[in-house]
Design a protein around this ligand. Structure first.
Ligand code: ADP
Length: 566
């Protein structure tokens, strides 16, 4: 998926945006009309006419004062409705772009800052830039037309003033802010990343005496952001000040024009005050120009995420995977990550329903890549994977991952009860189902001790490495996919636990179609076939007893494992 569109407005939303703009313009116009009517009424009242001569103006002042509030309310309501919907839609589209994408070249905090701060920019674009600009355009035009009826030359002066404050000034602030805006978002992301490092890495930083250095780097990132924000505030303030100056000069010019045209006092007052108030919707546009530059920078950053190519190509019309047991046939598989050497180079393998196949090999041999290709999280360069005789590329990757899945690397423990952590894999599972999965993963001793409702800590910090792997295994067994994938289930646990875990796991997977990546060999005599991968190629294959009887990687590993057991 290249260049995910950041289409901001979903169907139906342009209509609401037009409504919001009209309501905003109507509120501005009501404000201008209110001042025009009120100034006429006050100056005319000074001439002491009969009360009846003022009655229309009195009603008009009341009407404009009331409707102004109502229109403003309508504008805020519909404007924010559109903006929040557009923001939510943008976030949703970004999530959809992120899910199939491979790992992003971004730090977590940077990604978070893009998803949160930069999508706020969508709201700013609509509520603070587009809507006020359109409303100001309508209200400003109406004020100029109104002035033209009284004195055309005053209308020209007013138009010039409004253009200076509403077009030229925002253009200047936008240009002044362009370079700085491009730096603000990365500076904010940098600060977020530094803070995340300080919080999550606090223990390591303290242990290696690196806390002060990390703190200083965080403070420096903070100071940089503060500097940029300060200079942004200065531009905002200057824009507002210059806008007010233009407003004042325009009113003076209008009054001078009215005097030289010999207008009467009432008309002069109406013209002057109407000109003054018609700047109200225009003045915030100076700062909006500044904001607009920031919005453009944020949208660019969002487009970078949206444009991340998907890790796998999805079929146009995906087939549905059958519900029966699945047979897997891999032929001459070649998979490459980016433009590196192939991570898998001509691997063939078949797994019949109920078969258990173990994959072993040194680090970097391509074991995880093989599982990734099977779970359709990476694309195949050449060769084939057939599921019950059908090319895997004809199935949607999501569908494949609901049927071929299990214990992948880095299982995650949610901050929830043990029961809920398991229920993730089986929302409808009965207590007996949960108990069986826990028993099969040999976690029952732990559940008996800690109880099912104990909340497990954030990041699973109250869970040991072995317990975490067993919990993930229990989850995978409970889910019971058609092909169970287990990637290094005994990783990150001590040797004794690893052997015990592997033994339990081999017991629990009997009769299930299973692919097991492991660096421990004890118990592998139970599996149907062992594949030894090296540099992306199959260098040995066969059952355990055959592999230990010939020289090679497998026998070497077996012997070194036997040595450590003695
Ligand atoms: P194993 O699981 O056997 O340790 P992997 O399948 O993880 O091996 O990796 C095989 C090769 O592919 C290695 O050289 C590794 O550096 C590379 N590799 C794995 N994943 C990626 C990735 N996402 N991007 C780039 N290279 C990768």
């Amino acid at each position: 998926m290249t260049g995910v569109s950041l289409r901001l407005l979903a169907p139906g939303m342009p209509r609401r945006l037009v409504l919001a703009t009209l309501a905003g313009a109507a509120a501005d116009l009501a404000g201008i009309a209110l001042i025009a009517a009120a100034s006429w009424m006050i100056t005319r009242a000074a001439e002491q006419p009969p009360l009846a001569a003022l009655s229309v103006a009195i009603v008009a002042v009341r009407a404009f004062a009331t409707t102004r509030g109502l229109f403003r309310y309508g504008e805020r309501l519909s404007g924010h409705d559109v903006a929040l919907r557009a923001q939510a839609g943008t976030r949703e589209r970004l999530y959809q772009a992120l899910i199939p994408a491979g790992p992003l070249p971004l730090r977590g905090a940077d990604l978070l800052s893009r998803m949160v701060d930069d999508t706020d920019a969508v709201q700013d674009l609509l509520v603070r830039c587009l809507l006020p600009a359109l409303a100001a355009l309508l209200a400003g035009t109406a004020a100029v037309v109104l002035a033209a009826f009284v004195l055309p030359v005053a209308a020209l002066l007013l138009a010039a003033g409004l253009l200076a404050a509403g077009v030229a000034l925002p253009a200047v602030t936008a240009a002044a802010a362009r370079r700085r805006s491009a730096r603000i978002a990365p500076a904010r992301a940098e600060l977020a990343a530094r803070v995340a490092d300080l919080v999550h890495g606090a223990a390591d930083l303290a242990a290696y005496g690196a806390r002060d250095r990390a703190l200083a780097a965080g403070m420096e990132a903070d100071a940089r952001l503060v500097r940029l924000e300060r200079s942004r505030s200065r531009v905002d303030a200057a824009a507002l000040g210059l806008g007010v100056l233009v407003q004042g000069l325009t009113v003076v010019a209008v009054v001078l024009a009215a005097r030289s045209a010999d207008l009467d006092g009432v008309a002069t007052a109406v013209l002057a005050l109407t000109s003054l108030v018609s700047f109200e919707p225009v003045l915030p546009l100076g700062a909006a120009g500044e904001r607009f530059a920031g919005v453009l920078a944020a949208l660019r950053r969002l487009r970078e995420i949206g444009g991340t190519p998907a890790a796998v190509t999805e079929p146009g019309a995906p087939l549905t995977l059958p519900d029966r047991p699945l047979a897997v046939e891999i032929e001459d598989l070649v998979v490459r990550h980016g433009d590196r050497e192939p991570a898998l180079n001509g691997v063939s393998l078949s797994v019949a329903p109920g078969d258990r196949v173990a994959i072993v090999g040194p680090s970097g041999a391509g074991k995880s890549t093989l599982l990734a290709a099977l779970m359709r999280t990476v694309d195949i360069e050449s060769g084939n994977i057939f599921i019950n005789g059908v090319d895997i590329r004809r199935y949607a990757s999501d569908d494949v991952r609901t049927r071929i899945t299990g214990l992948t690397q880095d299982p995650y423990v949610f901050q929830a009860s043990l029961r809920d952590n398991l229920r993730l894999a089986g929302p409808d599972a009965s207590d007996e189902d949960l108990a069986r999965a826990v028993r099969q993963a040999c976690l029952d001793g732990w559940t008996d001790r800690t109880g099912w409702d104990t909340t497990l800590g954030e990041d699973g910090r109250t869970v040991s490495g072995g317990q975490l792997q067993r919990l993930a295994l229990a989850r995978a067994l409970l889910y019971d996919p058609q092909v169970l994938v287990l990637d290094e289930p005994a990783e990150a646990v001590d040797e004794e636990t690893a052997d015990a875990l592997l033994a339990d796991l081999l017991d629990a997977t009997r009769g299930r179609t299973t692919l097991l990546v492991t660096h421990r060999l004890r118990g592998l005599e139970q599996v149907d076939e062992i594949i030894v991968l090296e540099d992306g190629r199959v260098v040995q294959r066969g059952p355990h007893h055959a592999l230990v009887s010939v020289p090679g990687y497998y026998r070497d590993l077996w012997e070194s494992e036997a040595l450590t057991r003695r």
